[in-house]
Design a protein around this ligand. Structure first.
Ligand SMILES: Nc1ncnc2c1ncn2[C@@H]1O[C@H](COP(=O)(O)OP(=O)(O)OP(=O)(O)O)[C@@H](O)[C@H]1O
Ligand SMILES: [Mg+2]
Length: 411
């Protein structure tokens, strides 16, 4: 269908913000004619035409909108701490964003690292949200040095993010593993920061997931400790704020900010579609930058399938000396069968079975066919075969049906 969209001029100065969602098939084009404005922390270049495709939610701001001023103030505070760190040759600020779902946590992280990158800082962004992650596909946690503001049309521009396999889309499904991985990621982030001076001064911005009760709350406290955060920003929840004030050590600054009125609540279906789209884009790229994945067959004898975490057993049924946490973080061999169909797997960089839990993921593949007679699986992979490493970690909760991929955009 051809849509002839009208050209609209909008006075941002008068309204201080412009929000829209692209609902038509044709891209919406946006051009800044006068003044200054930004999208989630990245400044629009005057005269440059930006294209947004169907499904994108866009908010253009001048820095006048109220919560936006508060977020800019957080950034200004971080900048002071970064200057101080550079002067004293010490570690820069580590800030964590926490709050229930749909309060703008990911968006504020995006703005904080973009504003920092605009000032030539190179902070590390950590994403602990396994359901709606920004750095990789669902079922993972990760970290990446951010060197340039978030690309207005394409999102994060990442080089060599560090990604760990979790395998579920909510931490609830294996909270023990989640905590182990957070600690491991924190160590890796500290090491990376120590090696790059500018990154060390620039600090770390940590995004968390929206589960803020019970185990979710405890994992937030665990993450704050593992990353040795200096500041926790709580978005829009009094109870979480007072709990964190109570439980954080005194040197951690806990602040509460209101959410921006523009944050959109996402339904379960929208979340699922976003997850599918993330995996689709991992293999096929975006409309602006297409990628061409490969499909190849692998003999069962040349790979080994694992999952992390044994079955949920009552403590009394575990062997002597093995705790529930040990059981949920052990590496379990998986026998190939039709049950593996459509599962996403992480290609582990581990060289031995023992290293699996400590190792990051080199990339991801999807099992698109299983041939029991030939004892082989067919994999969808971003690069041609053979696989660079022999261990495939099955994501128990993350599946992707390549044949249905077009459905993602039709919704
Ligand atoms: N200030 C804003 N104006 C308009 N839209 C916004 C704004 N902030 C966020 N959004 C949109 O609202 C939605 C939810 O925001 P975001 O993903 O940042 O929330 P979140 O707290 O990280 O949610 P989750 O807990 O699911 O990870 C997104 O689609 C985002 O693009
Ligand atoms: Mg989020």
């Amino acid at each position: 269908m051809d849509v002839n969209l009208p050209k609209v001029e909008y006075d941002l100065q008068a309204h201080s913000e412009l929000r829209f969602e692209v609902e038509v098939n044709e891209p919406i084009q946006l051009e800044l004619l006068e003044g200054t404005a930004e999208i989630y922390g990245s400044e629009l270049v005057k005269g440059c035409v930006y294209k947004f495709y169907r499904g994108r939610k866009v908010a253009v701001f001048t820095a006048k909108e109220t919560p936006m001023v508060l977020y800019v103030n957080v950034h200004a505070g971080l900048e002071q701490m970064r200057d101080q760190a550079a002067e004293q040759k010490s570690r820069g600020p580590r800030i964590m964003l926490a709050g229930p779902t749909d309060v703008g946590k990911s968006t504020i992280c995006k703005m904080l690292v973009s504003w920092a990158a605009r000032l030539k800082r190179t902070p590390i962004l950590v994403d602990l949200d396994v359901g709606q992650p920004d750095l990789s596909i669902p079922g993972t946690i990760g970290a990446s040095v951010i060197e340039t503001p978030v690309d207005i049309e394409e999102g994060y521009n990442l080089s060599g993010p560090l990604i760990f396999h979790f395998g579920h889309i909510t931490p609830q499904n294996n909270i023990d593993l989640y905590k182990v991985l957070i600690s491991r990621l924190a160590e890796a982030v500290s090491m990376r920061a120590q090696n790059i001076e500018q990154t060390n001064y620039s600090g770390v911005v940590i995004n968390t997931c929206g589960w803020v009760r019970d185990g979710g709350y405890r994992s937030i406290v665990h993450a704050a400790g593992a990353f040795e955060v200096d500041v926790v920003v709580v978005l829009d929840q009094e109870r979480l704020y007072s709990e964190l004030l109570r439980d954080m050590p005194e040197f951690v600054k806990v602040i509460m900010l209101q959410k921006s009125g523009g944050v959109v609540e996402r339904t379960r279906t929208v979340r699922e579609t976003t997850r599918d789209k993330k995996i689709y884009e991992y293999f096929y790229g975006t409309r602006e930058q297409a990628l061409y994945p490969h499909t190849f067959e692998v003999q069962w004898s040349s790979v080994k399938f694992f999952k992390i975490g044994g079955p949920d057993l009552p403590e009394s049924m575990l062997p002597v000396g093995i705790t529930l946490a040990d059981n949920k973080t052990k590496v379990v061999s998986v026998t190939p069968s039709r049950n593996l169909m459509y599962h996403v797997c992480s290609v582990s960089t581990a060289n031995t079975e023992k290293e699996i839990i400590q190792s990051n993921a080199a990339g991801f593949v999807v099992i698109t066919q299983i041939d029991i007679n030939k004892e082989s699986v067919t994999l969808l992979s971003p690069s041609p075969g053979p696989l660079p490493f022999p261990y495939l970690l099955v994501m128990e909760d993350v599946k992707y049906n390549d044949e249905l991929r077009s459905a993602i955009y039709k919704k």
